[in-house]
Design a protein around this ligand. Sequence first.
Ligand SMILES: [Cu+2]
Length: 157
Amino acid sequence: MLTPIVKQRVRSVVLPLTIVSGALAIACADGADPDSGATPRGTGTASNSVSVEMTEWAVKPSVSSVAAGAVQFVTRNAGTTPHDLVLLRTDVAADRLEKTTAGQVDEAKYTVVGRLPQLNAGQSQTLLATMPADEYVLICNVVGHYDLGMRAGFDVN
Ligand SMILES: [Cu+2]
């Protein structure tokens, strides 16, 4: 779904995000917040790990595709306001999802593969999802945030 130019750009941010996620792991080991990233939500053992950074107003996965199977999304709210993460299985383009009148994506129209509750600024949490080969979209579905740009296409093959 992404153009080759966009994929190139995504690939170039993999290294910095990996470093950020390493620093995060150290920060979490301090035990300041017991909910922060330590216990993955969901079941199974991930064969793939993706770092996801949430900011105003973007959802940035460290890679744009992974191999099918169990995937863990190590998600950090690097912004200043609460964000959530919803993983939708759909071949609709990331910026073309149907919305409700309340200014959110209409999740009932899609297959929700997994979600994280709202993370406060600086919080991290890991989402585990079993993902067959298909196309997906990662969104923040806090009212208004999708329209502001918090969405990213994601391929599993
Ligand atoms: Cu958000």
